[in-house]
Design a protein around this ligand. Sequence first.
Ligand SMILES: [Zn+2]
Length: 153
Amino acid sequence: MNAHLLATIDLATRNVASGGGPFGAMVVRAGAVVATGVNQVTQTLDPTAHAEVVAIRAACLALGDFKLTGCTLISSCEPCPLCLSAALWARVDEVVYAADRHDAAAAGFDDREFHELFGKPRDEWDLPVRRISTGEDNAPFTAWLSLPSRIDY
Ligand SMILES: [Zn+2]
């Protein structure tokens, strides 16, 4: 595990020289690297192109599946809430990281702030997030549940 962690740290460090953010990740299954990812937010103009998300997308393509059951997500830094959610959706078995949210904060990143935000009531957020009921709110779910060929995920 340490070798994989060190490899993600190396990916992250080299990504800085390539103009990316200082984050690297990989998906490993049975000791073998399935895919790697580095932060590509600024180069691809994609705020969700975090190293872990990039690695998860690549791993799913490599395995031909939308689930990564049996895999470990390894990251150079503690995954932010976006990446933790991606790990949950991908159904990985385990998440391992090296640096933590405090280390990221010291480097100017919002990981710790966002982790703390999710522990607060939404009415304290600077970002308004609110429900507006339409009377048709559940139509997509009704369509989904009545579709016999649906692929549950
Ligand atoms: Zn992230």
